[in-house]
Write a protein that binds this ligand. Structure first.
Ligand code: MN
Length: 247
């Protein structure tokens, strides 16, 4: 089995190293990841400058681009093979609900999915990030399952794992995305020159976190697996908008 890994935290990130170690028993691992932290890069492609690839001492390739660039390049020309599966992560931090729209971790997997390859995004949910191995084991089991019983349809899985020892995980649940409240305000400050600068503030708290959502699963110490799709069409509004345009 040929497994391509990427992430958005950068090629040096501890979660990526654990992911590579965890999946090594299942096949040949190739890593193509950003040269620096590109968290929040979403599905962006770099179109205004050339991309370059370097080979790190541990065998990982790293690219001066986004997570999407990495997977796109890897699959469409850099590698001389097509991966059987793509796994992105393990992200240091959750990617639940609305996060999935901004996430570079999810974006790397989305790019694989758009290129027709089963793809999985892995994120570790917590503050300490002491248990990447738990997420590594979940990733291992999912990839092994994909190899043993392939799904008939293209698949994009968004997986969030609580930052606890594997034995403390309460369940593995298939969920839908919850929703967050509006993001918190930008944080304003001064740079050393006295100029005003802004940092994007934290994501909003969970708003729609009822039974069946990713937030709800994590709240109870369970792993959340959400199957994603890419079509953003608001199907129910097609008629409304058509009527509004015709008025
Ligand atoms: Mn990240």
């Amino acid at each position: 089995m040929r497994i391509l890994l990427s992430n958005d935290d950068g090629y040096f990130a501890p979660g990526l190293a654990v992911l590579a170690e965890s999946l090594a028993p299942l096949g040949d691992i190739t890593v193509v990841a950003p040269e620096r932290d590109r968290s929040g890069a979403s599905n962006s492609l770099t179109l205004d400058r050339p991309l370059q690839v370097w080979h790190a001492h541990n065998g990982f390739y790293y690219v001066n681009g986004t997570p999407t660039d990495c997977v796109h390049m890897a699959v469409t020309g850099l590698l001389d093979f097509e991966p059987d599966v793509i796994v992105s992560g393990i992200n240091s931090g959750s990617n639940m609900g609305d996060d999935t729209l901004y996430s570079g971790t999810v974006a790397a997997a989305t790019e694989g999915y758009l290129l027709g390859i089963p793809s999985i995004a892995m994120s570790l949910v917590g503050k300490e990030f002491a248990n990447y191995r738990s997420a590594g084991r979940v990733a291992h089991d999912l990839v092994q399952r994909l190899a043993r019983s392939p799904l008939g349809t293209p698949v994009l899985l968004n997986v969030n794992v609580p930052d606890v020892p594997y034995e403390a995980i309460t369940a593995i649940e298939v969920t839908r995305l919850g929703r967050r409240h509006k993001a918190q305000a930008v944080v304003q400050g001064k740079n050393p020159r006295g100029e005003t600068v802004y940092w994007v503030g934290p994501a909003g708290a969970a708003r729609e976190a009822g039974p069946g959502t990713d937030f709800n699963a994590l709240e109870r110490g369970a792993v959340s697996i959400t199957p994603l799709q890419v079509d953003l069409t608001h199907a129910q509004q097609i008629g409304d908008i058509a009527g509004w345009i015709a008025r």
